[in-house]
Design a protein around this ligand. Structure first.
Ligand code: RP5
Length: 165
């Protein structure tokens, strides 16, 4: 029997994005959320991107996390082709430190939203947490795991700084 489609798709423009996007994958795994990670580029493999985005809802995905760098058109193009929520992660580019990625993703025209996160690792982690929050609206067990994740985060913050930390 075929495996059921996981709720989250993590898509990225290049293998080189995985070093950033794996933080989204790790965070989803910590929360017990299944995902499928795929490489597709708005520029180098537009047909692959189009086929995925057009079919994502019918395939059974609920949320898409899209990471790209430079002329980062993948999140916006994907959002234009699917009604699913798309969270965009600007990957830190070498030439412009991810400023180009951020501006390419965040300045969507009214009507086609991409929920844009911070540049790099923090953005990838937070994209996963936002995906979890969306899914938790209809999954009480996941909501409890997300609460526990946040409580653990808070508990790990010391009340006072240490000299040797
Ligand atoms: C974008 O171009 C990708 O998302 C990646 O961040 C950037 C560079 O890709 P590579 O040249 O490293 O494959 O499409």
């Amino acid at each position: 029997m075929a495996e059921p489609t996981p709720p989250v798709a993590i898509i990225m423009g290049s293998q080189s994005d995985w070093a950033t996007m794996r933080h989204a994958a790790d965070t989803l795994a910590e929360l017990g959320i299944a995902f499928d990670a795929r490489i597709m580029s708005a520029h180098r493999t537009p047909d692959r991107m189009y086929a995925f985005a057009k079919g994502a809802r019918a395939e059974g995905f609920k949320v898409i996390i899209a990471g790209a760098g430079g002329a980062a058109h993948l999140p916006g193009m994907t959002a234009s082709l699917t009604p699913l929520p798309v969270f965009g992660v600007p990957v830190e580019s070498k030439a412009l430190s991810g400023q180009d990625s951020l501006l390419s993703i965040v300045q969507m025209p009214g009507g086609i939203p991409v929920g844009t996160l911070a540049i790099g690792k923090a953005g990838a982690i937070n994209a996963a947490l936002l995906a979890a929050a969306v899914l938790a609206l209809s999954d009480e067990a996941l909501a409890e795991r997300l609460d526990a994740w946040r409580a653990k985060l808070s508990a790990a913050v010391a009340e006072r700084p240490k000299d040797d930390a």
